[in-house]
Design a protein around this ligand. Structure first.
Ligand code: PBG
Length: 322
């Protein structure tokens, strides 16, 4: 036998030397949840180890994760039901908990990259990502709200805005609105191939953001489709997106690879709440080695082609490699 592939696996040094994909903490974005109030830390039931924080507690936690080497976060707000309405007006009201938090984080931790979430659902009485009329999600009317939200977030100090709504034309619309206000250097991470997925359940628990009626299938994509992901990605690219995201990540590695092969801007993957919950649940039952499974999942996402990974495992991974 001339070819013995096992030779390159003989020692830890050799295995490390020939390792093709290594996840760096630099690649990770840590999603975090903020809520109104003071001195509050509530664990999300379906996401062990993940908490909703009031702003004071969030700032404490940011000091911890910055020490661990985490440099980027994605922030999501939990909004009290009483502040939700049809038009998600709370989303761009000056001084709302979300904008206040972005501002406070930027001041306290100027080096941390803050990615904001541009979508109506946390603020929408209907729990949808667009304005609802007669059971329909209105596209063009929703763009205006999204643009207002994005500009308010940029004003508050967001480095990157992340439209997660899947309305048509929103990247270009938001890009123009940001540029008009002089925010030419605020980036856009487009949730380009965002699927109508069952894996978002725990996140919706965390934010009480589940749709009040129906589902999101008229705007989020059918999990069966990949050619459509290329259409979405191309539009977002042409409209000025700086990153193209695939969401969820693990069940969509082929989509990540296809986008990475076809576009020369960074591809991001969202290792979503349900993917995190599955690993945690199995690990808590002693059915899986949680740490090894985490590393394998993150490595797979990177190997498939996502340079950037949004993951609830960011803190645990940073602790592991420190
Ligand atoms: C919607 C949004 C979703 C997530 C973040 N923003 C999905 C949804 O509720 O449709 C899910 C993230 C996760 O599951 O971790 N704007």
């Amino acid at each position: 036998m001339l070819r013995r592939p096992r030779r390159n696996r003989q020692s830890s040094a050799i295995r490390a030397m020939v390792e093709e994909t290594t996840v760096s903490v630099n690649d990770l974005i840590y999603p975090m949840f903020v809520m109104e109030g003071q001195n509050l830390t509530t664990e999300v039931k379906s996401m062990p180890g993940i908490f909703r924080y009031s702003l004071d507690k969030l700032l404490d936690e940011l000091a911890v994760i910055q020490d661990l080497g985490i440099r980027s976060i994605a922030l999501f707000p939990q909004i009290p039901e009483a502040k939700k309405d049809k038009y998600a007006t709370e989303s761009h009201r000056q001084g709302n908990i979300y904008l206040e938090s972005i501002n406070a984080i930027k001041n306290a931790f100027p080096e941390i990259c803050i990615m904001s979430d541009v979508a109506m659902d946390p603020y929408s009485a209907d729990g949808h990502d667009g304005i609802v009329e007669n059971g329909q999600i209105l596209n063009d009317e929703s763009l205006e709200v999204l643009a207002k939200m994005a500009v308010a977030q940029a004003e508050a100090g967001a480095d990157i805005v992340g439209p997660s709504d899947m309305m048509d034309g929103r990247i270009g619309y938001i890009r123009e609105a940001l540029d008009d206000k002089g925010f030419i250097n605020v980036g856009i991470m487009a949730y380009s191939a965002k699927y109508a997925s069952a894996f978002y359940g725990p996140f919706r628990d965390a934010l009480d953001s589940a749709p009040k009626f129906g589902d999101k299938k008229t705007y989020q994509m059918n999990p069966a489709n990949i050619r459509e992901a290329l259409v979405e990605a191309e539009l977002d690219y042409l409209e000025g997106a700086d990153y193209l995201m695939v969401k969820p990540g693990l069940a969509y590695l082929d989509v990540i690879k296809t986008l990475n092969d076809n576009f020369n801007i960074p591809i991001a993957a969202y290792n979503v709440s349900g993917e995190y919950a599955m690993v945690k649940a199995a690990a808590q039952n002693g059915w899986l080695d949680g740490t090894r499974t985490m590393v394998e999942c993150l490595t797979s996402l990177k190997r498939a082609g996502s340079k950037v990974i949004l993951t609830y495992f960011a803190k645990e991974y940073a602790e592991l490699v420190k």
